[in-house]
Design a protein around this ligand. Structure first.
Ligand code: ME8
Length: 659
């Protein structure tokens, strides 16, 4: 491990979480910020040799969802099922390397939350009383009169509802002194400014017990011992950080033993209150160790306002990713937001950064160097004698890993990226200083080799250190050096690779016509899709089709693994009325039950199907088939008019991964 140079037999763990998002269905660049930020840290820690557990997911209960599902005319579960696939798609598009995706509707989570609630009740830290006060439905937050701003929710500025209902309360007040100590005497919460906010506005203003159950709606985790109550959505949501590791309040869990306490909870500032006050108090009450760090970053602003769905100022990350690629977006998000502060999104700033930093500074450096390597040495270079002109860049290249590590240990990716780009800038200046073209004229082959070697070594170190931030670009750079991404942080100093055989590469980032792009984005934002765009898309599709036909329909391993295949056990089966070909099956996948409609009625009777173990495509978008929502697809093999189910060869539990 890099931390102290000592060899460790067992890897150190690093447990990192981002918030579990409300399945709003309109994912915006603000959401992407936290998850990409988390991903950069997760990837960096992996590179440092840590055993990383990176958790994300969806927060699916609450009155807000219940109301939206009601207006959509579907059950809340069906409503959220459709939306969860989209957010997973978004994380896939942005190359987010999470370890686990938790849904608060997962059975194991629901059960664990019930146990947690009971445990706190048995301990006397949850008691029954009556709640009378203000409730903000969009924020799912209770407020006291004194916390309201002009009578409205202090978080979102919307109207609050007078609420009076019987409720269970968590004894937050009991833990106020301990929580205060945690915030003021340790560096648990970062940045520092958030500590003052929490202490002044909440703790010192008087921390009251918090209502932790609701009776006025039903979409939530039922309190097992008092069925009219459901668990307050924040108790349900915060618990995800331990239930995802298998904590259930009853039995031991290997992941909990290994990964808890969390090393980092990452989120934006508006939910720091829940994570730095309620969550530690809950953990204290459960006698569990506290997370090591909570970081509350700033907001991505749009026209001076927080980017949010309810304000309608969202920027669609799918559109931006499609046009500019995942790395351009990742780079922009990570580079544009200073630690802890808000950052304003403008399309112009995004496009300008792509052109000047990614295309010009980085892209040109790599392309020019590889071109010269090829032109003058057929790509073959070796370490030569250093001259005075090399000293500064070598020193900077040697110091880069340490500097990036220091920033990443302080969870400051923006500063880390700045340092990497300082070396990019210096390498470009080094070309001007050493003038390789003059060395060619002078026939000074030895010096030319050394100059290109110094540049190539710098590019290698840049390429490796860029991997956590812009993984595709880092890999492309290393590929041009015929290197694969290293699995460790070793070799991040000048001279670690002594000889090279490099290859030229295409532009890392195409140069954009900013004015034209701004126009296009404007059109897309106002929903007026340019006809040309769709024609171009059709052409591209045709082109892709031809390429893929030539490629014999190859897919990459990553593409393949986006399909979640699991063993499912058929619990019940019946014919679908007025549909000769269709069977409706109830299947069990692990702890979960699903309904699946399958076109196999000609080949199997319902009776034959019950008890069979089949292979189910689990992450297929739910489809409405003859009025039934089908949640997956059963795999079969077919030949002519023969068809047979694909089944596991030997007995294996339902929920087993097919891989
Ligand atoms: O609060 N700028 O979910 P949520 C930066 N379910 N980050 C932003 C952002 C913006 N404009 N908008 C959203 C919830 N985010 C709860 C969390 S956790 C136990 C439960 C990010 O869908 C940011 O991380 O409203 C913020 O904290 C989170 O999305 C809130 O997402």
């Amino acid at each position: 491990m890099a931390t102290n140079g000592k060899k460790k037999t067992e890897k150190e763990k690093f447990y990192l979480t981002t918030p579990i998002y409300y399945p709003s269905g309109k994912w915006h660049l603000g959401h992407c910020y936290t998850t990409v930020y988390g991903d950069a840290i997760a990837r960096f820690k992996r590179m440092e040799g840590y055993d990383v557990f990176y958790l994300t997911g969806t927060d699916e209960h609450g009155q807000k969802i219940e109301k939206r599902a009601e207006s959509a005319g579907v059950s809340p579960k069906k409503f959220v099922d459709g939306l969860v696939g989209e957010i997973k798609e978004l994380w896939g598009a942005l190359n987010v390397s999470y370890t686990k995706f938790i849904r608060t509707t997962d059975d194991y989570h629901v059960k664990a939350v019930q146990n947690i609630f009971k445990k706190l009740y048995d301990k006397g830290d949850i008691y029954k009383s009556k709640y009378k006060g203000k409730y903000c439905t969009p924020c799912e937050a209770f407020w006291t009169e004194s916390q309201l701003v002009d009578g409205k929710c202090p978080d979102c500025g919307r109207e609050v509802q007078e609420t009076e209902e019987e409720s269970y309360f968590f004894k937050l007040s009991k833990y106020a002194p301990q929580v205060r100590k945690l915030l003021t005497e340790t560096d648990f919460l970062q940045p520092e400014s958030r500590v003052n906010e929490m202490v002044n506005n909440f703790i010192d203003a008087g921390l009251e017990d918090v209502a932790v159950s609701r009776t006025s709606f039903t979409w939530g985790v039922p309190v097992e011992f008092d069925k009219g109550h459901i668990v307050y959505v924040w108790i349900d949501a915060l618990s995800n950080y331990i239930t995802a590791l298998g904590y259930n309040g009853e039995s031991e869990s290997a992941d909990m033993n290994r990964f808890w306490p969390a090393d980092l909870h990452l989120m934006a500032k508006e939910i720091v209150r829940f994570h730095s006050i309620i969550w530690p108090a809950m953990l204290m009450a459960l006698d569990l160790p506290l997370p090591k760090k909570v970081v509350g970053h700033g907001w991505l602003l749009f026209g001076g306002d927080k980017m949010s769905k309810s304000k309608g100022n969202v920027v669609d990350p799918f559109i931006l990713k499609e046009r500019y690629g995942a790395d351009a977006l990742r780079y922009y998000l990570l580079r544009a937001m200073p630690f802890g502060s808000d950052g304003a999104y403008t399309s112009e700033a995004l496009l300008t950064r792509i052109n000047s930093e990614l295309c010009n500074d980085l892209g040109n450096l790599v392309r020019r160097t590889m071109k010269m390597n090829e032109q003058y040495f057929a790509g073959k270079l070796s370490k030569g004698a250093e001259s005075a002109d090399d000293a500064a860049i070598i020193a900077k290249a040697n110091a880069l890993y340490g500097a990036v590590k220091a920033d990443m240990d302080a969870y400051r990716p923006q500063q880390a990226l700045e340092k990497i780009f300082d070396l990019v800038g210096m390498a470009n200046k080094y070309i001007d200083l050493t003038k390789p073209w003059a060395l060619v004229k002078e026939n000074n082959t030895e010096r030319l080799n050394q100059v290109l070697y110094v540049l190539t070594e710098s590019i290698r170190i840049i390429g490796v250190l860029l991997l956590p931030f812009v993984p595709e670009t880092g890999e492309k750079i290393l590929a041009s050096l015929k290197l694969t991404p290293p699995k460790t942080n070793e070799g991040l100093s000048y001279g670690a690779v002594k000889t090279y055989n490099t290859v030229a590469l295409d532009a890392l980032f195409p140069r954009l016509n900013v004015e034209k792009e701004l126009e296009e984005l404007e059109k897309l934002a106002s929903g007026k899709k340019d006809e040309k765009e769709s024609v171009k898309k059709e052409e591209k599709k045709e082109e892709n089709k031809q390429v893929s036909e030539q490629d014999n329909n190859y897919i990459t391993i990553d593409e393949f693994f986006r399909t979640q295949l699991k063993v499912a056990e058929v619990l019940a089966c019946e014919k679908v009325e007025k549909a000769d070909k269709l069977l409706k099956l109830t299947v069990k996948v692990g702890e979960e039950e699903r309904t699946v409609v399958s076109g196999i009625a000609k080949y199997y009777t319902p009776e034959e199907m019950v008890g069979k173990r089949v292979v189910l495509v689990c992450n297929l978008k739910p489809r409405n088939m003859r009025g039934i929502i089908s949640e997956g697809m059963i795999l079969c093999a077919s030949e002519g008019d023969k068809l047979t189910l694909v089944t596991p060869e030997t007995a294996i539990g339902s929920g087993a991964e097919v891989c």
